[in-house]
Write a protein that binds this ligand. Structure first.
Ligand code: G
Ligand code: G
Ligand code: MN
Ligand code: NA
Length: 257
């Protein structure tokens, strides 16, 4: 519960961006072109050091702090887009942010998000919202309604960690998605001699649905080659670049030129 208190305190001081930061991980096309990046939240705890979101996001969800935290992530993402535009930093077409089930379930989520993003001077089409299957299945009809509103506002929608949840193909077909992100569990099992990898099946499903397939957790050249051969559209992972802080991201972009 000390952690909960710490999270609360850190959020109350959100205007002093001391403890939270967004890190960035690039996303490239099969051909190696830069498509964009994913923003990943980091919390530098004053005593415990850097904590993983897999530790504090569930805590934020249980305590309701996820709404304030999620709003901070969106504001910060928009501020970075504005700064990169201002400085002529070409980071790709869009920035992806992770959205929790709890945010999505807020009654006015789509309208509020659109207002916040436009208010920050950013076109919704420059953001991809990454959602998990479990976020959609809690109340499918209302999630579908929210996703339609988000899509109509111009946001791009990605289904994150795909293949690990329980969504049926008939549900999938009804969602206005742009991207399926193949969970890294399916990427890690790719090797040159894998004859019928599940990643290939997921890529085919994505293409039949008319959406792009993005692989996460690409760590080896062999995995990258296998994904290229399978027609995967986007690649993300340590092989391309680890999640890095903003300065590291700018440096990575500069070194590519
Ligand atoms: O960055 P890392 O690989 O440690 O992320 C661990 C988990 O935390 C991933 O599932 C990721 O989607 C999630 N995560 C990272 N940043 C955010 C965020 O800003 N909001 C939400 N809801 N989840 C995030
Ligand atoms: O659930 P989500 O896809 O948002 O999670 C992103 C998480 O994956 C982040 O915590 C990030 O640090 C991690 N990640 C990114 N690239 C790799 C990779 O190549 N290998 C592994 N093991 N994790 C990765
Ligand atoms: Mn993600
Ligand atoms: Na993921």
């Amino acid at each position: 519960l000390a952690l909960e208190r710490g999270l609360r305190t850190a959020l109350e001081q959100e205007r002093m961006p001391a403890q939270f930061a967004l890190h960035f991980q690039p996303l490239v096309s099969r051909q190696g072109d830069l498509l964009g990046a994913e923003a990943l939240l980091r919390w530098r705890h004053p005593q415990l050091g850097e904590l993983s979101p897999s530790v504090f996001i569930p805590l934020a969800e249980e305590t309701g702090l996820i709404h304030a935290l999620g709003a901070w992530v969106i504001r910060e993402a928009c501020a970075h887009i504005r700064a990169w535009d201002r400085d002529g930093v070409a980071f790709g077409d869009r920035l992806a942010v992770n959205v929790s089930a709890w945010q999505l379930a807020q009654p006015q989520f789509a309208a509020q998000l659109e207002a916040e993003v436009r208010g920050a001077g950013v076109e919704p089409s420059r953001l991809t919202l990454e959602l998990t299957e479990s976020a959609l299945l809690q109340d499918f009809d209302s999630a579908l309604d929210t996703l339609r509103q988000l899509a109509a506002a111009g946001f791009r929608l990605a289904l994150d960690d795909f293949g690990t949840g329980y969504s049926s193909l008939s549900y999938l077909q009804r969602l206005p998605l742009d991207v399926l992100k193949i969970d890294r569990a399916f990427v890690s099992e790719l090797h040159p001699s894998a004859s019928t990898p599940l990643a290939g099946f997921i890529i085919d499903v994505a293409h039949r649905l008319g959406v792009a397939a993005v692989a996460e957790g690409v760590e080896t050249v062999a995995q990258r080659l296998a994904l290229e051969r399978l027609g995967c559209d986007g690649l993300q992972g340590y092989l391309i670049c680890r999640p890095v802080d903003e300065a590291g991201f700018r440096q990575w972009l500069a070194e590519r030129e």
